[in-house]
Design a protein around this ligand. Structure first.
Ligand code: MGD
Ligand code: MGD
Ligand code: MO
Length: 691
């Protein structure tokens, strides 16, 4: 632990829990039991001493006057915001007795847990809670809302979420930032991009939207929404037609080269230009540039997979490095997520062995349907923690209908009175990262971390782990695993013989704060093949996909809501709506605390589309389709091209003009694989309304 000269001051090593690839190592200064300063750890190779625009204000969030600090019971009609403070004993007794009676009448599957990424700390994200709901026999939740399609697509090609070490991006000569707003959603990659650039690298953004990141790159290719796989196939077409591929790499380390050649032949530059909206000449020159510059690195993120063909898009792009042999170099290849590099013992943490056989699974993006249609048994209790489904889930009109059901028992464990809390019967206060301990992996770098609690639990707030420990006791669950302490669980998740985890113990993490996985420093994971796929090769042809009823070859699947697939729909709703994260928000986290930095929620629209509709800058507009609508002021800008509208997100509904969210227009439709969400596959119309 670092030392300081003032004996009243203490510096605590912490780690950021938010859903972001960076997982920063933080130093918290504590004086007399109060956190007074927070900063990035200067010695951490990825954090590099700075925190983002959000987490640098985490102390303000922690001590914010709106924190929930006591359990409460609803006393008015649902949604009326009338609460009565109750004790923890009363809250736990009521939950346990409702759970018992619902289980007795409908079976335990009538209880649905709903959690996601409020905290990615391994303990808060999924540990005692999983054990509890598994033992209870509650419906299982398929956590698909973010990354399911891309993870599945990447897995079919590469085998696991393992990719280029982000620190190596500094040595690349060409970087494609493809469907990722790095400066906002992965800011700690940027210093490596900058270093590469200082060494002469070119950086190209591929994004329909001229995002903060696209504006900073050497070039921005404003591709049509949901057409990335076509671009990747077009690049391969040119590379293969011109003999620019790495023949040896293809022969030795890939499976399905012949099938790929046949498929790529179907995507000549002219056809790809038509699909993607990019000039054919630029597709040709980009292919040459990509194939002849080494090292060449691609960063994709999850933005481009929130489309009907999102899984296939990621799978197809992920094949590019093999075609040109980019994997031969540590600074070459592609990075989606480093998640699969961490060989953690999730079974010990979550205890799937406690799940009763045959327990049903509910896909979290179908919450609207689960609460209004599912009947075998119906969902009678919803337990929300670490998530804000009344804003983040698609098809909010249906979600709202479900949450308003009088016969639905809703419990929400939260730090703040979110829009979801407004529907709760019982509200429980949760601690923040400064208050509880946790162990963390990362999904955009290669370090484990321990988050040491810096301050006491505020008010009567408790960590997720303690909540489910107490509930387990109330329910009479006496398996020894329900008595495990947080530190015991942290040790369990590290139990592994995998050499990449050797030496990474809880004690070592506590001592150093963070530790790099035992992978080499200039690591080129697939320089000599060794892909963790069934064949051990990069699978350009995948038998697993054929078995799953998917096209086994690389393919382009157009967006479901597009003129190509649904011309009638596109005629009525001609604008594609994207709702990516606003810079100062983390999904819906921080919105209430940092809204002053974002101003107001807006809809960005091209002046051409606005003029057609008699919309002026600042006019209030209604954005709508068959699923629902929301209202926002228009912002006229050429950051969006004609045909595209962007609403930086995700604002709390209560902070918008008509208490509706962007997700009133999005659908519960799933992606091509993984059961993922299609938030960005969304056609709308826009009209001016009177203020
Ligand atoms: N500040 C901040 N950081 C975050 C988050 C946040 O809310 N705020 N969220 C975190 C989470 S949960 C996640 S999953 C990640 C997401 O990280 P990213 O994937 O980087 O985030 P997005 O902004 O959703 O998408 C990135 C870009 O993809 C573009 N895009 C959308 N559709 C397409 C397409 O079809 N093709 C291409 N090429 N581009 C497309 C969008 O315009 C956007 O600029 O970020 C994490 N980091
Ligand atoms: N339209 C549209 N919708 C989207 C997206 C989009 O880009 N566009 N992005 C999608 C993506 S990628 C994701 S990941 C999801 C994210 O959706 P969610 O996982 O719901 O994330 P948040 O909105 O940040 O809500 C997390 C909540 O958890 C609370 N919390 C934080 N820490 C703790 C804790 O330790 N315990 C408890 N009990 N609560 C805690 C926070 O206060 C916050 O209210 O949203 C998805 N929805
Ligand atoms: Mo996400």
């Amino acid at each position: 632990m670092a030392t300081v000269s003032d004996p009243a001051l203490k510096i605590v090593r912490a780690a950021c829990p938010h859903d972001c690839p960076d997982t920063c190592a933080m130093l918290v200064t504590v004086k007399d039991g109060r956190a007074i300063k927070i900063g990035g750890d200067p010695s951490h190779p990825v954090t590099q001493g700075f925190l983002c625009a959000k987490v640098s204000r985490y102390i303000e969030r922690t001590y914010h006057q709106d924190r929930l600090l006591h359990p409460m019971r609803r006393i008015g009609p649902r949604g009326s915001g009338q609460w009565q403070r109750i004790t923890w004993d009363e809250a736990l007794d009521e939950i346990a007795s409702r759970f018992k009676s619902i289980s007795a009448e409908y079976g335990p599957e009538a209880i649905l847990p709903y959690s996601y990424s409020g905290s990615l700390g391994l303990l808060m994200y999924g540990s005692m809670d999983r054990r509890f709901f598994h033992k209870l026999g509650a419906s299982l939740l398929d956590r698909t809302i973010c990354a399911a399609a891309g993870s599945a697509g990447y897995r079919y090609t590469i085998g696991k979420s393992i990719g280029t070490d982000p620190e190596q991006f500094a040595n690349a000569r060409l970087i494609l930032l493809w469907g990722t707003n790095t400066l906002t959603s992965n800011p700690h990659l940027w210093p490596f991009v900058k270093r590469a650039r200082a060494n002469g690298a070119r950086v190209i953004a591929i994004d329909p939207y001229r995002s903060r990141t696209a504006r900073q790159c050497d070039e921005h290719l404003a591709i049509n929404v949901g057409t990335d796989a076509a671009l990747a196939l077009g690049l391969m077409h040119v590379i293969l037609a011109e003999g620019l591929e790495d023949r040896d790499y293809l022969r030795d380390y890939t499976l399905g080269e012949a099938e790929l050649r046949a498929r790529a032949a179907e995507y000549p530059p002219e056809r790809v230009a038509e699909i993607t909206g990019l000039p054919a000449e630029r597709i040709i020159s980009l292919a040459r540039e990509y194939a002849t510059t080494q090292p060449v690195a691609i960063r994709i993120n999850y933005g481009l997979q929130r489309h009907a063909g999102g899984g296939m898009a990621v799978r197809t792009i992920a094949a590019l490095p093999a075609v040109v042999g980019a994997w031969r170099q540590p600074a070459g290849g592609i990075l989606l997520s480093t998640s699969g590099t961490f060989p953690l013992n999730y079974a010990a943490l979550e205890r799937p062995d406690l799940i009763p056989r045959g327990t049903r699974t509910i896909n979290m993006i179908e919450l609207g349907q689960a609460l209004t249609e599912v009947n075998d048994p119906p969902v009678k209790a919803l337990f929300v923690y670490g998530s804000n489904p009344a804003v983040v889930a698609p098809d909010l009109q249906r979600v709202h209908q479900g949450l308003m059901r009088d016969d639905l028992f809703v419990v929400v464990h939260e730090q703040f009175p979110t829009d979801t809390v407004q529907y709760a019967d019982i509200v429980l206060p949760a601690t923040t990262q400064l208050e509880h301990g946790d162990i963390l992996k990362a999904y955009g770098q290669l370090y484990m971390a321990w988050n040491e609690p810096a301050i006491a639990w505020q008010g009567e707030a408790i960590p997720n782990t303690e909540l489910f420990r107490r509930l387990a006791a109330r329910m009479g669950f006496d398996d020894p695993c329900f008595a495990d302490s947080d530190e015991e669980m942290a040790r369990q998740v590290l139990q592994s013989d995998d050499p990449w985890l050797a030496g990474i113990t809880l004690e070592a993490l506590k001592e150093h704060g963070w530790l790099r996985l035992n992978v080499p420093n200039a690591w080129a994971p697939f320089a000599e093949g060794n892909f963790p796929t069934p064949s051990g090769k990069c699978e350009l042809y995948s038998s697993s996909m054929a078995a799953a009823g998917l096209d086994p070859v690389l393919t382009f699947t157009p967006p479901a809501e597009s003129a190509a697939v649904a011309p009638d729909l596109a005629a009525r709703y001609p604008l594609a709506l994207l709702t990516p994260p606003a810079h100062h928000f983390l999904n819906t986290t921080f919105v209430n605390v940092l809204k002053r930095y974002e101003g107001e929620p807006v809809l960005e629209i091209n002046p051409v589309d606005a003029t057609h509709r008699q919309i002026g800058h600042g006019d209030l507009v209604r954005v709508f389709n068959d699923r629902g609508s929301f209202q926002l002021p228009a912002s006229l800008t050429d950051h969006v091209k004609p045909g595209l509208v962007v609403a930086p997100s995700i604002w709390w509904r209560t902070l918008t003009p008509d208490n509706k969210g962007v997700n009133h227009t999005t659908s519960q439709a799933q992606t091509d694989m993984g059961g993922g969400a299609t938030f960005y596959d969304n056609l709308v119309q826009v009209e001016r309304v009177e203020r």
